[in-house]
Design a protein around this ligand. Structure first.
Ligand code: FES
Length: 99
């Protein structure tokens, strides 16, 4: 990506590419863009916002202990994240999985 400080998020389900400042929460980017990504609790406890990071996993903020614990209860693979719990620090491709 060319513009300094901006990152690109590709919401694969929508074929939608959105630019945002690095460090922006993914839920904020999704809400602003009108992406097909549903949120429930927004606190990391319901799983509604579960996504798979298809590309750029290293650009997602690391999961906190609560997110890690919750995803472990779902036996989720390592590329699954909760969109309400992560910030975007570089270009990402996201596939929304939902519940
Ligand atoms: S909205 Fe509930 S876990 Fe993200």
């Amino acid at each position: 990506m060319d513009a300094p400080g901006l990152v690109e998020v590709n919401f694969l389900r929508d074929d939608l590419v959105v630019r945002a400042p690095a460090g922006t929460p993914l839920q904020e980017i999704a809400d602003h863009a009108g992406a097909d990504l549903t949120f429930g609790c927004r606190t990391g406890s319901c799983g509604t916002c579960r996504v798979r990071v298809v590309r750029g996993f290293e650009h997602a903020s690391p999961p906190g202990p609560e997110e890690r614990d919750f995803l472990a209860t779902l036996d989720a693979p390592p590329d699954h994240r909760l969109a309400c719990q992560m910030c975007v620090n570089g270009d990402l491709e996201i596939e929304y999985l939902g519940l």
